[in-house]
Design a binder for this molecule. Structure first.
Ligand code: SF4
Ligand code: SF4
Length: 305
């Protein structure tokens, strides 16, 4: 199987995948069936996580405060729905051409509850949406930052993932040991709405690794005009905070510490930081609005099953 794993890695890299990691089934023992990928494919043996970077340039317009739309295309919707989806599908077909089944899984928000009823006793109700943050850690690619965003050592917070579950038994990638988040609380300091606590923390344990994360008031984040984007699938789910001021400020600190392997000639932050701190603003968090730019799904945001 080592030979197959190597072929999978080579295929993925040639197809433009930036990050690839593998995790055996036992690494998902700690997750409930509703968010466990093996509830979708019980005969599966391995989860493969495929990541593509969010290019730093897609965040430039938001950093300058002059263009908010292109991030939603190149950094979010197209990246998930087109670029990554095509690579995941190509790899799925490659794996199946070797005689192993491969189940492609889209990064739906796992905090959404089931939308159907269980078809028999002992199985979770559809849809099972695997926890991608858990899987990114289990596949040795990421850690959970204080800002509750998964960080890789290559790009920090700048990546998105698709998943493949296969019945091929492939050796797990070692867990990421090196700490990317320093715990500096710069993200909390940067938030103009005080949504991240510097003192109230929680612990998240995945595959024996424990991450200390700040308590975040996502109801405040849903009103944030500083680069946060409403969740396009459900207004009830947490917003996308990659481009928000908290995380863009963190990006700068990671670069200043030279913590990432994706380096740049010039610093990300070159202009005066802007922020809108009016917490009384009521953002339109409807999934209809969230789907307008580059969304390919129903305007109701309901993906069905
Ligand atoms: S700003 Fe500091 S504490 Fe917050 S996520 Fe980044 S490195 Fe971690
Ligand atoms: S998304 Fe906005 S409100 Fe939420 S933590 Fe980041 S900057 Fe603060």
């Amino acid at each position: 199987m080592d030979n197959l794993k190597q072929k999978i890695i080579e295929f993925a890299k040639k197809d433009g995948i930036d990050l690839i990691g593998f995790a055996e089934k036992a690494r998902f023992d700690g997750i409930e069936p509703q968010h466990n990928p093996f509830a979708i494919f019980p005969e599966g043996k391995t989860v493969i996580m495929l990541g593509k970077r969010i290019c730093r340039g897609s965040l430039r317009g938001i950093e300058e405060g002059t263009n908010f739309g292109d991030y939603q295309l190149f950094g979010k919707n197209w990246l998930e729905d087109e670029f990554l989806a095509l690579s995941a599908y190509n790899l799925t077909n490659f794996i199946e051409s070797t005689g192993w089944e491969a189940v492609p899984v889209f990064p739906n928000p796992s905090d959404l509850g089931p939308s159907g009823v269980a078809v028999r006793e002992g199985v979770p109700a559809p849809n099972v949406y695997p926890d991608f943050d858990y899987a990114a850690v289990a596949c040795g690619l990421c850690q959970i930052s204080y800002n509750r965003i998964v960080f890789s050592k290559e790009f920090g917070s700048r990546q998105r993932f698709h998943m493949i579950i296969t019945d091929a038994e492939l050796e797990s990638t070692p867990l990421l040991e090196e700490s990317v988040c320093s715990g500096c609380r710069g993200c909390a300091d940067a938030c103009p709405l005080g949504a991240i606590s510097k003192t109230e923390t929680e612990e998240i344990t995945i595959c024996g690794k424990t991450f200390t994360v700040g308590k975040i008031n996502y109801e405040i984040c849903k009103t944030c005009q500083n680069g946060a984007v409403a969740n396009r699938f459900s207004a009830n789910s947490v917003p996308d905070r990659i481009a928000a001021l908290c995380n863009r400020s963190c990006m700068c600190s990671l670069e200043q510490r030279d913590a990432l392997s994706n380096r740049f000639e010039n610093p990300f932050r070159t202009s005066q930081v802007w922020s809108i701190g009016n917490a009384t603003y009521s953002a339109d968090t409807s999934s209809e609005k969230a789907n307008v730019l580059g969304g390919v799904f129903s305007k109701s945001g309901n993906r069905g099953h």
